[in-house]
Design a protein around this ligand. Structure first.
Ligand code: URA
Length: 234
């Protein structure tokens, strides 16, 4: 790993470990980062019709055995009118406790990575997971759980109608790309999910364990920004 890269990785790890994410990232309200507001769109803060019903159904879901062990269903965070949907894997202990996706160390790194390209979960991003309930001991989601839960994700994406999707980690990538190939082969290119541009990148938890992937993650974010910028051209 190059010296600069190593420093970035060390910096990120230290910040996450310290829980001291007090970096002030100015929300760059450029076309690439602002929430979408095409003519005829919903007023700011409104949710699409039917969205609350979907959420209520998910919060009461018992479609798979994970329902028995959860504290809370982790449906989403961020803006349902965002230009970007970020899809992770499954809730961990912090998410199960709070009911919000990506609130632990990996989530803090995700926020930092998004902020580094001017995207914030409050304004420009909608975040959710492939499965909505915590697998015991944070084990990998099982095929039966993904099959039971993925209809919620598909509906969420339909409601948000983002301009781009970022799949973080193997499970989101494989589900949305529709491929069993390793993430190292799926990242670095623009896929399509039902006609929406889809970029794949490493899961932030994996990035914390493998700082040498920092450069690749940065490249993936640049690819994503290219999609959002291109979308914004007249
Ligand atoms: N990892 C995920 O994939 N999702 C979360 O919500 C938290 C950690």
């Amino acid at each position: 790993m190059e010296k600069g890269q190593e420093a970035v990785a060390r910096f990120l790890r230290q910040r996450v470990e310290l829980g001291a994410f007090d970096l002030l990232f100015e929300e760059r309200m450029t076309g690439a980062t602002a929430a979408k507001s095409p003519p005829g769109s919903l007023p700011a803060g409104a949710v699409p019709e039917g969205y609350e019903e979907l959420r209520a159904t998910a919060l009461a879901c018992t479609r798979c055995p994970l329902a028995g062990g959860r504290t809370q269903v982790v449906f989403s965070d961020g803006n349902p009118q965002a230009r970007l949907v970020v899809v992770g894997e499954a809730p961990g202990a912090n998410e199960d406790r709070t009911g919000l996706p990506f609130v632990g160390a990996a989530g803090k790194l995700l926020d930092l990575l998004l902020a580094s390209v001017g995207l914030s979960r409050e304004v420009s991003v909608y975040i959710c997971n492939v499965i909505k309930c915590r697998p015991p001991g944070n084990r990998n989601p099982q095929p039966i759980e993904i099959e039971a839960c993925s209809p919620y994700l598909r509906r969420q994406i339909e409601f948000v109608r983002p301009e781009a999707i970022l799949a973080v980690g193997t499970f989101a990538a494989r589900l949305l790309v529709g491929s069993d190939r390793p993430i190292g082969e799926l990242r670095g290119k623009i896929h399509s999910y039902e006609g929406t541009p889809l970029v794949v990148t490493y899961h932030p938890a994996a990035l914390l364990r493998n700082p040498s992937w920092t450069r690749a993650s940065w490249d993936d974010l640049q690819l994503l920004c290219g999609v959002l910028d291109a979308d914004n051209r007249p």
